[in-house]
Design a binder for this molecule. Structure first.
Ligand code: IVH
Length: 610
């Protein structure tokens, strides 16, 4: 059986190099048209050759070393998707090549059954690392009765020997035609096959499949490109056992095996405790992973992850790495494993009680802002770009400030002087000055940003905006009853209760008062329903750097006052707001005669609520 050139290259240059090789071998000139390819999925299973004589399956073999495969006919006969008999009219000798694989849902169900068997003390049972291992194990199972219980599937992707008595008489003009014929004869062919003209379309296929890979019901480890024309395939021929007309392009592996070194519990901004597996470093999904979330106590227990276990770690796309499952080797005595994971009933950072409320999956530290972990997260949340935005205040700095006891509460941020900052490890005078300036700048904000920054549970950016729009003023929100809060769009009983409870706490009101006393401010308005907005019907374009307002803050201000913000200047633009280093948009405004405002003129308009 043939093998195939595999390139782990995930760069588009791989397809270009392949296309260039093919064109060189075929002695094509640059002016000749693009070569036509078929692009297919590279299934992650076990390669199988199915031999039919006079339409009857006579033998199924694995690839083995390419020369001699293993005869697995008995087991393959139990795979429902593989026809045992073919319709009349097929060639008298037909070898179909394809991949036996296991669907992800079938794999999950199989492993679940295996876990139950192990739990019931059945000897010699184990769980499988991934669908490929499970499929390969099932095909090679010595007992066909057991193989039959393993849910296998099949995709055809090519042929071997095909003739009606005299070898060599291929009856297909193209690879695509071959695939379509196999489908007609009853073999499953994946729906994701495509014709591609030249390298650019191969690259587009590679990217498209890469993006939807996680939505497929089965695993793939790459894509395969094949020259479509069988005549061209024959001209290209082989180097040793590898065809010159096909190449595989792999994706980075999304799953790897590693060992659990420990299980830590991390404390989030809202006090949520998250168990995190500390792992022996592994390269997976393109990065080195040392931590993987176990989500919560139930998940950790359901997966039964223990220190010392071998686990499958998955990192797909930009998703945070997670432990998929534990790999239990056959005959590992339960006593040899570490103890069951249990969630601590006190916060690992501050020692306050950790409780799990009824109907909730998470344990929470009850320490609130007394807990330094929550304090750090709360400060970072308040300072982030989408909240009041304190540029340059990152997690390292917050960690130092909280650990050194310099910051206890949010208002302490605004009491930070140059001396305190400059005294910190690795803090240059210039950086300290920048932080002080950024803090000053952050004082001018908007009500939605401030509200979001407070970190009230269930209050994200859009809820904060809705609240600001409805009530207009912070004091009205702080004093609103849960019923009144529920009048706001998208605020249900749980969110309303959370906001109400937050502002009923004297220490939270104190934080708000102190922040205001430190100079944090925003334009307050009337509820949307009452009265017209000063900027209603006006369209603004912002250009250049404004002296105190960030781009987002200026936009929020204008929108809060009923105006619109657009990206380009036209005759319909009412005003251009220009700051330092304003460029072509300012020129355009002058050209069209659109009035130009500076920041203070904008602020005057906004505050002018006649
Ligand atoms: S074609 C002449 N097409 O990848 C080329 N192989 O070949 C022979 N594989 O274990 C292979 N999906 O089983 C081809 N769509 C596909 C494939 C595919 C998976 C496997 C094949 C073999 C490995 C390398």
């Amino acid at each position: 059986m043939l093998s195939i050139r595999t390139e782990t290259d995930t760069e588009s240059s791989g397809a270009q190099a392949f296309d260039a090789r093919v064109r060189r071998e075929l002695e094509l000139k640059d002016t000749d048209p693009a070569v036509e390819y078929v692009a297919e999925l590279k299934f992650d299973g076990l390669a199988i050759n199915l031999r039919y004589e006079h339409g009857v399956l006579v033998q199924a073999a694995t690839r083995g070393d390419g020369e001699t495969g293993e005869d697995v006919t008995q087991n393959i006969r139990t795979v429902g998707q593989i026809p045992l008999r073919l319709p009349s009219g097929v060639p008298s000798v037909l070898e179909v090549r394809g991949e036996v694989y296991m669907r992800r849902d079938d794999f999950e169900a199989l492993n679940e059954r295996q876990r139950q068997r192990i739990a019931q003390g059945e000897k010699g049972e184990k769980t499988f690392v991934n669908p490929r291992n499970a499929a390969a194990g099932a095909v090679r199972q010595l007992d066909p009765a057991i193989a039959a219980q393993r849910p296998l599937s099949f995709f055809a992707y090519g042929v071997g020997e095909v003739h009606n008595g005299k070898p060599g008489d291929s009856r297909f003009a193209t690879h695509m035609e071959l695939l379509q014929t196999l489908k007609q004869w009853g073999f499953p062919v994946a729906a994701q096959v495509d014709i591609a003209q030249g390298a650019p379309e191969l690259i587009a296929y590679h990217q498209h499949i890469g993006a939807m890979r996680d939505q497929l019901p089965f695993d793939i480890d790459g894509v395969v490109y094949k020259v479509n024309s069988i005549a061209l395939q024959q001209r290209l021929g082989f180097v040793s056992r590898e065809p010159r007309w096909a190449v595989a392009h792999k994706y980075p592996a999304q799953e790897q095996l590693t060992t659990v070194l420990g299980i830590d519990v991390q404390v989030g901004r809202t006090g949520k405790l998250t168990p995190v597996a500390k792992l022996a470093p592994v390269f997976v999904g393109g990065v080195t992973v040392t931590n993987a979330t176990l989500h919560n106590e139930d998940e950790a227990r359901r997966k039964d992850v223990r220190v010392g276990d071998t686990v499958v770690v998955r990192r797909a796309g930009d998703v945070i790495p997670e432990v998929v499952s534990v790999v239990l080797p056959a005959d590992q005595a339960e006593a040899e494993r570490g103890p069951l994971f249990t969630m601590p009933h006190v916060c690992p950072v501050c020692g306050s009680a950790a409780v799990r409320e009824e109907g909730e999956a998470d344990y929470r530290c009850t320490g609130g802002l007394f807990c330094s972990a929550q304090r750090k997260q709360a400060i970072l949340h308040f300072a982030q770009r989408r909240a009041v935005e304190v540029e340059g205040l990152g997690d390292k700095l917050v960690e130092q400030l909280v650990d050194a006891g310099i910051i206890h509460t949010l208002p302490d941020l605004y009491r930070l002087g140059l001396t305190a900052l400059a005294g910190l490890d690795r803090m240059a005078d210039k950086s300290a000055q920048n932080i002080v300036q950024a803090l000053e700048k952050s004082k001018q904000t908007t009500l939605p940003r401030f509200l979001f920054g407070l970190g009230i549970r269930h209050v994200g950016e859009s809820t904060a905006k809705a609240l600001a729009k409805h009530f207009g003023q912070l004091d009205a929100i702080m004093d609103a009853s849960a019923e009144a809060l529920q009048q706001v769009n998208d605020v249900g009983p749980v969110v309303a209760e959370s906001i109400h409870t937050f502002f009923q706490q004297p220490h939270n009101r104190e934080v708000v008062e102190q922040l205001r006393a430190c100079g944090v401010h925003w334009p307050e308005g009337d509820p949307t329903s009452a009265g017209p907005k000063p900027l209603a019907g006006k369209t603004f374009v912002i250009t250049g750097t404004l002296p105190t307002l960030g781009r987002d803050a200026a936009k929020d201000l204008i929108e809060a006052a009923g105006g619109k913000v657009s990206g380009s200047v036209s005759k319909k633009t009412s005003f251009v707001v220009a700051g330092a280093e304003a460029g072509s948009k300012l020129d355009k405004a002058q050209e069209l005669g659109v009035p130009v405002l500076d920041e203070s003129a904008l602020l005057e308009m906004v505050h002018d609520r006649a």
